[in-house]
Design a protein around this ligand. Structure first.
Ligand code: NAI
Ligand code: MG
Length: 337
């Protein structure tokens, strides 16, 4: 009997990369049982609801979810199911490790982690138009909300994470020079939390300078923590440092539940063709294994992925190879055998 988790195959390439991931998890000896549920377009088609109650109930009971990408219609249609799940379970920490796997990119041996506050900042949805002189949309206003509670729990999460994983340094990226209240409060709180972790090096940097330094010399960083929108932008920049979305995993962590997913979307352009790269979801599953105390199985998978990709034993199309999802999966299973 393994640990039961909720698994949501998702839309587009979701079912393909989920199938591949489950096969590799099995080969690595992960002790997991899967409670498969629907969300997104797949759920809308079958159950007439993009986020059915039974899916939420399953997450509530199992507290851990592995989720494939979900298609979100732009402009019209239902609201993002990803955002709804994050909100429902208060998944406040978005954790995105970025590591070089495919050699020959812009940088070798990148190993960074971005920890993004996932619930506050400009993304709280407090927005409105202001009418003037007969124009109902003469101006628009979005409110950035930072709370002491929110800044403290994400800062503490970053330091606890660094401590647990033996990381040397935490950098807070902020804009407290201009946004003296919101960003100022975040900086003040993070600075105070940092004093409780004297063994971990600590620095704060202005967000724009951080963006430039990440491009010029990413090795000077280790763990980075920041508020919601800055984290949204820099996490994509950092994925770019190691060749893009194909290798990027993510965890959304709260006190009640945790959701692990690849950073990429449902890739409708290649869905059903059997060519998708499952590595993003697979590395997310490794984070899930760490989270449920099965780190050994996760480490075995990470070693296998490194081996298969670095030696060129198998590479999917997005890596410049021509291996199908299935062949790539088989190569991983063989490497684990
Ligand atoms: P996308 O990440 O799905 O695709 C961007 C490009 O990368 C495409 O050319 C795609 O073929 C390629 N790609 C993505 N993942 C790949 C993989 N594993 N292997 C090989 N190639 C891969 O982004 P896009 O096209 O902007 O979004 C498509 C849909 O996905 C939208 O409905 C969007 O809302 C949704 N989405 C969902 C996310 C989630 O569930 N967490 C995250 C991002 C987007
Ligand atoms: Mg984003």
């Amino acid at each position: 009997m393994g640990r039961t988790i909720t698994i949501i195959p998702g839309d587009g390439i979701g079912p393909e990369v989920t199938r591949a991931t489950v096969a590799v998890l099995k080969a690595a000896g992960a002790e997991l049982d899967y409670d498969e549920r629907l969300a997104g377009v797949a759920a809308l088609d079958k159950l007439n609801d993009p986020l059915p109650h039974e899916t939420l109930d399953s997450i509530r009971a199992n507290r851990v979810v592995l989720k494939g990408p979900l298609t979100t219609p732009s402009g019209t249609g239902f609201r993002s199911v990803n955002v709804a799940i994050r909100k429902e379970f208060d998944l406040f920490a978005n954790v995105r490790p970025v590591r070089t796997i495919l050699p020959g990119g812009r940088y070798e041996d990148i190993d960074l982690v971005l920890i993004r506050e996932n619930t506050e900042g400009l993304y709280v949805g407090v927005e409105h138009y202001i009418g003037m002189e007969g124009d109902p949309r003469a101006a628009a206003e979005s409110v950035m909300i930072i709370t002491r509670f929110g800044a403290e729990r994400i800062s503490r999460y970053a330091f606890e994470y660094a401590q647990r994983l033996g990381r040397r340094k935490v950098t807070l990226a902020h804009k407290a020079n201009i946004l003296k209240y919101t960003q100022g409060l975040f900086l003040e709180v993070a600075h105070r939390v940092a004093q409780e972790y004297p063994s971990i090096e600590w620095e704060d940097r202005i967000i724009d300078a951080t963006a430039m330094q990440l491009v010029l010399d990413p090795y000077r960083f280790d763990v980075l923590v920041m508020e919601n929108m800055f984290g949204d932008i820099l996490s994509d920049l950092m994925a770019g440092l190691v060749g893009g979305l194909g290798f990027a995993p993510a965890g959304n962590i709260g006190d009640e539940a945790a959701m692990f997913e690849a950073v990429h979307g449902s890739a409708p352009d290649i869905a059903g063709k059997g060519v998708a790269n499952p590595t993003g979801l697979l590395l997310s599953a490794c984070m899930l294994l760490d989270h449920v105390g099965q780190q050994e199985a996760g480490d075995r998978i990470r070693v296998a992925v490194d081996h298969v990709v670095r030696t060129g034993a198998a590479r999917t199309v997005d890596m410049g190879g021509h291996t199908s999802t299935r062949e790539f999966t088989d190569a991983l299973v063989r490497a684990l055998g």
